[in-house]
Design a protein around this ligand. Sequence first.
Ligand SMILES: [Zn+2]
Length: 333
Amino acid sequence: MYYTSCILLILIVVLAIGKKKEEENITKEKEVEEINFESKENIQLLRSENGQIEEVNLNYYLLCVVASEIPFKYEYEAIKAQTVVARTYLFNKIINSVEEQGDVCDDYRHCQAFTDIEELKVRWKNKGYTDQEIEEGINKIKRAIVETENQVITYNNEIINALFHASSPNRTENAKAIWSNIDIPYLKSVENVEDEYYENRNSCVEISYATFKSTLIDNGYILDLSKDEFLNIRINEYTESGRVKDISVGAYKIKAENLRTLFGIKSTDFKLEVNEETIKFNVLGYGHGVGLSQVGANTYAKAGSTYDEIIHHYYTDVEIVDGYDIQMKRGEI
Ligand SMILES: [Zn+2]
């Protein structure tokens, strides 16, 4: 009798747990279903791998871009800010017909990083994330896309060129300090606060005298570089935001932005150290430093800022417009 009641009790408990699990699963499935995610719009995506144009759903494009550009573990408001930025970036390309082929391409060096979500899932798994974490991460981005649907950033009623970068620990950079000296009123240097956890906050690139010299000669920046000239390399000028504008190499001035791309230096916020045989760049931050800083957005979000406050912080005097109809805009082109 005792055993029978025990078994009965265990059975009831097991059944109850089973039922609870079932309920949890139903609730979970429901949560996924509730994110009505597809946009009614498609876009033309140029695949750099094969040069083909692929038609993809607008919101699928945004999902892949946001998931490629920002860690899904970042704060939700930072992800929302990146989502509005990614949509604005895309719409600017479409409206101003920036691309030669298609609306946008998948190359991060030219447009925004775009990696298919299935490929990202494999990468995340390899990094040690669980299926549960990955699903939650993807849902977080989907929710951000749906919650900010049709929102874009404008300045003077025109869609902006929503540039962004990973990290600029002290200040962001003026667009004109880097590109063509043209003042872009909404891309001004602003104060920036960033958590110190970021893995690429500090980095260092050390190049030998021989490599430094030959790279600059091969790329047409200098004709020659004696050892004396090498040892006398100096920072020539800083930008208003305190980044390096250019350095003096012998009789030449070389733009820091060119050095950044030439030698894989993570940003132009660097200190120089020239030794007998090497030149060392001690670097702070990652990226060109213009527009939204992703690490900064995450830091502000942690401190309680909302996505619109984050956007207004990084883009000067802009508006976030709701209900932007890209189909209508396409019709006007
Ligand atoms: Zn492109």
